[in-house]
Each structure stands twice: as C-alpha cells, then as structure tokens.
Design a protein around this ligand. Structure first.
Ligand SMILES: Cc1cc2nc3c(=O)[nH]c(=O)nc-3n(C[C@H](O)[C@H](O)[C@H](O)COP(=O)(O)OP(=O)(O)OC[C@H]3O[C@@H](n4cnc5c(N)ncnc54)[C@H](O)[C@@H]3O)c2cc1C
Length: 417
C-alpha cells in the first residue's frame, strides 16, 4: 500500500477499515501504534505507522447543517469534492479550497493544507470543532469557543492526537467565481508589485518554472464582491490567455476547472483541478515553503537565482498567498504568508538536493515547510520552526500519554519533552 504519488510505501503491519466510531475506539485502544490515513496525498511519512493503519472511508457519511446555516458537521474522511457537492446543493460554500478537491478534509486540515488568497487562511481555519477518538479509545470533542488553547493545538496536528471522526466547519452562502489566466506576466512585475498582483482578486496564483522571466497568473474573482469582468486585455504587462491553460505548460487543460471568465460555482473554480480527472501530473513529487508575506520579493529573487539548477527538474512552481492563522502547527501561524510550491519530476535524489538548495535560500527568510510535502531539513529542525512546538509536545502527552499516535515522523519533529 502506498501514497498517491507512489514514493511512500506504508510500513503498517495491519490495515483496518472500521465501519463505526465504536469500532474505531476498539481498534485504537487495542493498538500499540496506530495512525489514520486520509486520502494518502501527502508526499512524506506523516501518515505512516509500523502498527495499525486505519482507513475511515467506511464510516457512515454525514453532512449536517446547523440550524443557523453557518456551520456543517461532517465525517472526517469525507473528501472536499463530495462535501462541496453536498454544500452547493444546500446553497452553501466553504471560503476556500486547495488546488485539488480529491483530498480528505481531516487529512488536509492535519497538515495545514491551503489554497491561495491574501485574505484566505489555511483550510484548517474553517474548523470550529473536532471529534476525536483518543488513544484510550474514548471520544473527545475539542471546540474553538470552549477549548480555545487546546483547540489551537488540535487542528493542524499531523494525526498525532487521535483519530478525527468528525469535524465542524464554518460555511457561508454559496457564491460564484470567474477565472482568467494572464500569460507572460514579468516576474519583475510580480516581485515589485506583489501585494497588488495577489490582491487583484479573491484568489490569485502564479505559475513559473523559474527558467524564464515570466509567470502565468491565475486570477479567480468572486462575482458577488468583485464583479464578473476581467482585469483588462493586458494586465501587469501580461496578456489575457486566448484559451484554457494547465499549470504545467503543454498538458491538456481538460483536467482543469473552467477558465476564460466563465462564472461558475465556487467549488468548480477555486481548485485548479477537476475532481473527475487526475490532478496535477500524477507522476511527480512536491515541496513547498511558506514565508512571511513581506519576504515575497526576496523569495522570488532567490528562486530566479536558482533557476539554472532547478528548472530542469521542475514540472511547474506555484506562488500563492495565505492569511495568518492562530493554529499552533500551521506554517501560516501568526503571519501572513507567501507560499512557494514546486511540482517536481519524479527523480527523488536529484529533487532532494534541489529542495535542499531552495531551503538554503528561503529558510533564512523565515520559511517553514508544508507538513504534507517533501523537505530536506531534518524533522526536528522543522519542529523547531514552530513557536508553539513545546505546547504541542505537552498536548500530545496529555491527549495520548502512551504515544500510540506518535509515528516516526512526529517523534522526530517533536521529540518527547
Ligand atoms: C496533486 C496534489 C496537489 C496538492 N495540492 C495542494 C494544495 O493546493 N495546497 C496544499 O496545501 N497542499 C496540497 N497538496 C498536499 C495535500 O493537501 C496534503 O498532503 C494533505 O494532507 C492531503 O490530505 P490527505 O487526506 O491525503 O492526508 P494524508 O496524506 O492521508 O494524511 C495526512 C495527515 O493527516 C492525518 N490524518 C488523515 N486523516 C485523519 C483522520 N481522520 N484522523 C486523524 N488524522 C488523520 C494522517 O495521519 C497524516 O498525519 C497536494 C497534494 C497532491 C498530491
């Protein structure tokens, strides 16, 4: 059994597919080492265990809207694609989505997964309550209002506190988005007018391979707030694309959500990829660093400097923005971020060296790696980049005193106090 990318073979001794929360409780309580697998889209061993791996896809599916229609309670294993369809059918929406809707809600929140938007926080920030099964097999609810500090440590938690069997998420009335791509926007422009470029729409992403002087900028505007018009035939010295684009130049855009300004529901525009097609490329590796937003021009300059050494290995690279949150292990904890993502050709050793080169340039600018992607830095050094790491270690000891959910990845990042 392996992850989506095929670069991680899980070491679990046993795999279980419980059908009820009670069964989850029995399995967890009886396991020496245990971990829950979401949709397996992480590129490292964050979801692995040597003991019992639980797949929660067979738990009863639920999407319960609150009476005030401001929140929805869902099964942890639900994928964003399924949840989004259910919400849209009820006239509701999430504020944001990642580049693909194929990923599970619990797994995405556990690693701090994000989309793009100057004002949009990581997906985990939509969580208002979590329903866990902790290592004693008992249920525990952690609520944003009632358990403020513990809650901030429990949402982006690398699956280390318990099995997430349910989540409550903030929702809002459904909205529409129109998406355009601008080709050949000079990287000089993007660096010099970063806030203006990324502030031009509800969600903005820039794709480049750092081999040239330009990027293609994907602009997603909320029609209810920003109107249904594009930003002009020319914008930031780039040109409005004359056809649909794929983030990887030359690949068929049929895998991508509708562009060319065709307004449509939030969940069919905010992700770049459609749920019924392979997202991204398929044969690939990914890494990503999140830096304080003000470091964006320096980060762009550093990546351009590395171009000759990294471009041959890159399928594409994406620049996004993420708003600050309060979640302890979120890479965007306490600071608005620029995120520099790389989609690599599947050449593991060469890619590891390229990631190390990027880290050497971007870590001094305040970068923290994405928990679900590859990094070259030692895990304990990644843990140390999180100011609330000590608090998280204490929380792990409190909620999981026997360390059942503490796999090698988590133990290396956050050694026992
Ligand atoms: C093609 C592709 C595109 C991507 N695009 C983006 C993007 O746009 N933005 C971004 O930020 N990331 C992106 N990612 C990374 C991805 O979002 C993260 O790796 C995310 O964690 C994947 O969710 P998952 O359900 O597959 O989690 P898994 O990889 O299955 O698990 C991740 C962690 O969550 C834990 N976990 C999962 N479910 C539970 C549960 N029910 N209870 C307790 N713990 C649980 C696991 O134990 C593990 O620690 C992308 C990945 C791929 C492959």
């Amino acid at each position: 059994m392996h992850n989506w990318a095929g670069n991680v073979e899980f070491e679990a001794a046993r795999v279980h597919r419980p059908r009820t929360v009670e069964e989850v409780g029995r399995l967890v309580a009886g396991a020496e080492q245990v971990k829950v697998l979401g949709s397996g889209h992480s590129f490292n061993r964050v979801a692995d265990t040597r003991g019992d791996l639980l797949v929660l896809d067979d738990l009863p599916r639920g999407v319960e809207v609150s009476a005030d229609r401001r929140s929805v309670t869902v099964t942890g294993s639900i994928r964003y694609a399924e949840l989004a369809r259910e919400l849209q059918a009820r006239g509701l929406a999430l504020a944001n989505l990642a580049s693909l809707p194929h990923i599970s809600v619990a797994g995405s929140c556990a690693t701090g997964t994000h989309g793009s938007g100057n004002g949009l926080q990581s997906l985990a920030s939509a969580v208002t309550a979590l329903r866990l099964v902790t290592s004693d097999g008992e249920p525990l609810t952690v609520d944003r209002e009632k358990d403020q500090d513990r809650f901030a440590g429990s949402v982006v938690a690398l699956g280390a506190l318990g099995a997430v069997v349910g989540l409550t998420l903030a929702v809002e009335p459904a909205f529409e988005v129109a998406q355009w791509v601008y080709d050949d926007v000079p990287l000089d422009r993007i660096a010099a007018r970063f806030d203006e470029v990324f502030g031009a729409a509800y969600s903005v992403s820039a794709f480049t391979d750092w081999g040239g002087d330009t990027a293609s900028v994907w602009v997603k505007r909320r029609t209810d707030r920003e109107g249904g018009a594009h930003l002009g035939a020319r914008w930031m010295d780039g040109r409005l694309a004359d056809g649909p684009r794929h983030p990887v130049p030359g690949l068929c855009p049929v895998h991508c959500t509708a562009q060319l300004g065709l307004a449509g529901p939030w969940h069919e525009r905010l992700p770049h990829f459609r749920p019924d097609f392979t997202p991204s490329v398929g044969e690939e590796l990914q890494s990503e660093l999140l830096l304080p937003r003000e470091a964006a021009p320096a980060a762009v300059a550093a990546m351009r400097g590395l171009g000759p050494r990294i471009t041959p290995l890159l399928l594409t690279s994406e620049i996004r923005t993420v708003a600050a949150d309060e979640l302890w292990l979120s890479p965007a904890h306490g600071r608005d971020c620029v995120a520099v993502h790389c989609t690599w050709r599947p050449a593991f050793e060469a890619v590891r060296q390229a990631i190390a080169l990027i880290e050497r340039e971007l870590l001094p600018l305040g970068a923290r790696p994405h928990w679900g992607k590859l990094f070259a830095l030692a895990p304990e050094a990644v843990g140390a980049l999180h100011q609330r790491g000590e608090d998280f270690r204490r929380l792990m000891t409190e909620l999981d005193p026997r360390g059942a959910f503490r796999n090698d990845f988590v133990a290396a990042a956050f050694p026992r106090p």
